[in-house]
Each structure stands twice: as structure tokens, then as C-alpha cells.
Design a protein around this ligand. Structure first.
Ligand code: AP5
Ligand code: MG
Length: 210
């Protein structure tokens, strides 16, 4: 199964990817998490990406495409994968097609901008494994500690109110057109992302079974 999760910043791509990859036993690939790790480790890609990420802008296509190409060549991707945060532009979607990757479905998690701000304001992420929590909607068992790996939960640098506005603007300009791209390919399914987390997961799994 090769699946793309589309949606605005804070729509719940990472949250859903986590549940679905457990169910389907395929890896979930978040270009955002890979880039944050690269920034932390000071790699070449990390150095190229940092200023864009901090400003809420997209990292240049060539940097992200190279990272993705490398990642999906790994052994654990043989039976498929979930892409969370890639593609983000039409050229990235075209690059994926050119790599010969045939997508089974693109699921758009639809959440209005007004809801996004409370979601991202309350988000906490694990600095070790990248898992995503919310202080109200998805609280960890122990405050400040990741349920999965015991890592420390922190606020993402780009989750400041001003940066959230920029990320939403970039999303509407550059990423939202991908819904049309996958609609034309007959691959698009849209789910209401304002439902409770478990209800959205159930709906996505049902789409994939059909
Ligand atoms: P990335 O890390 O991908 O960020 P994003 O797309 O802005 O998405 P988020 O991670 O903010 O949201 P999400 O949809 O995963 O939501 P989550 O599940 O955490 O990218 C970061 C940056 O990296 C980009 O800005 C760019 O610079 C760069 N980048 C990455 N990929 C790139 C690419 N392909 N090209 C170029 N640049 C790239 O949920 C949000 C919160 O809401 C959480 O607290 C969660 O617990 C809560 N929540 C989730 N679902 C629900 C629900 N149903 N009800 C209530 N609360 C919920
Ligand atoms: Mg995410």
C-alpha cells in the first residue's frame, strides 16, 4: 500500500500516519521529521532547510525530492509506505510519478483554518521520535514525556502564531492544488478532519479496504 496524506499544517497528518502505519505494518515517512532531524544533526540538507522551516516556508523542491528518493529506496519500504507531508508542490508530485511510484490513494484531511490555530497552539512533539501530542486532545500518559519512547515533549519552533499564519498561506498557495492533481488521477479521497481522531482513522481504513 502506497498512501499519501494531504492536508494543512495541523490537519492531523502525523497523528493519523502513526495509527495507520501500525495497522498496516508499513513505515510512515514524514519529510518534516526527516528535515527536523537533519537540522538537529547539522547535515548539508539540514543547513539548506533551516531558514525556510523557521520562517514557515517550503524547503526547495530539489532538497526534499532527493531526501524522499533516498528514503523510499530503503528496505523497509518494499511493501509500501505512508507519505506525511510529501508531496507539497506539483513539481514534487510529478517527481514522485517520475520515480515510478504508483500511489494507491491520496487522502486529504480537511480542516478549516480557524481550527488549525488551536490545534497547533496546543501541540507538543517528541524531540526524540517526532510523535505528536496535544495538551487537551491527545495528552500523553505522563505530562511532558513521550508514551512511545520516553523522549521529552517540546513545542515546535514553527508553532508560533505568526509562523502558523505563514504556513497556512503557503499551504493554500502551493499545496492545496495537489487535491486537484490527485482528483484528476482518480486517487483523491477527502475526509472530515474535524472529527475525533479515532473516527478519522476508522474512515481512512475503510477507504483503503474498499
Ligand atoms: P511538517 O512537519 O510536515 O509540518 P506541517 O505540514 O506544517 O504539518 P504539521 O506537522 O504541523 O501537522 P500535521 O498535519 O502532521 O498535524 P498533527 O498530526 O501534528 O513540515 C514542517 C516544515 O518542513 C514545513 O513548513 C517545510 O518548511 C518543511 N517541509 C516538510 N515537508 C516538505 C516538503 N515536502 N516540501 C518542502 N518543505 C517541506 O496534529 C496537529 C495537532 O492537532 C497535534 O497536537 C494533534 O495532537 C492534534 N490533533 C490531530 N488530529 C486531531 C483531531 N482530529 N482532533 C483534535 N486534535 C487533533
Ligand atoms: Mg506532522
Amino acid at each position: 500500500m502506497k498512501l499519501i496524506l494531504l492536508g494543512a499544517p495541523g490537519a492531523g497528518k502525523g497523528t493519523q500516519a502513526e495509527f495507520i502505519c501500525d495497522k498496516l505494518s508499513i513505515p510512515s515517512i514524514s519529510t518534516g521529521n526527516i528535515l527536523r532531524e537533519a537540522v538537529k544533526n547539522g547535515t548539508e540538507a539540514g543547513k539548506a532547510a533551516k531558514s525556510y522551516m523557521d520562517a514557515g516556508a517550503l524547503v526547495p523542491d530539489e532538497v526534499v525530492i532527493a531526501i524522499l528518493k533516498d528514503r523510499i529506496a530503503a528496505d523497509d519500504c518494499k511493501n509500501g509506505f505512508i507519505l506525511d507531508g510529501f508531496p507539497r508542490t506539483v513539481p514534487q508530485a510529478e517527481a514522485l510519478d517520475q520515480m515510478g511510484v504508483s500511489i494507491d490513494a491520496a487522502i486529504e484531511i480537511d480542516v478549516p483554518d480557524a481550527v488549525i490555530e488551536t490545534r497547533l497552539g496546543g501541540r507538543r512533539v517528541c524531540e526524540k521520535c517526532g510523535a505528536s501530542y496535544h495538551i487537551v486532545n491527545k495528552a500523553p500518559a505522563v505530562e511532558g514525556i513521550c508514551d512511545k519512547c520516553g523522549g521529552k515533549l517540546i513545542v515546535r519552533k514553527d508553532d508560533q502564531p505568526e509562523t502558523i499564519k505563514d504556513r497556512l498561506r503557503v499551504y493554500h498557495e502551493q499545496t492545496a492544488p495537489l487535491a486537484d492533481y490527485y482528483r484528476k488521477a482518480g486517487k483523491l479521497h477527502t475526509v472530515d478532519g474535524t472529527q475525533e481522531i479515532g473516527a478519522i482513522t476508522a474512515q481512512i481504513l475503510k477507504i483503503l479496504e474498499a
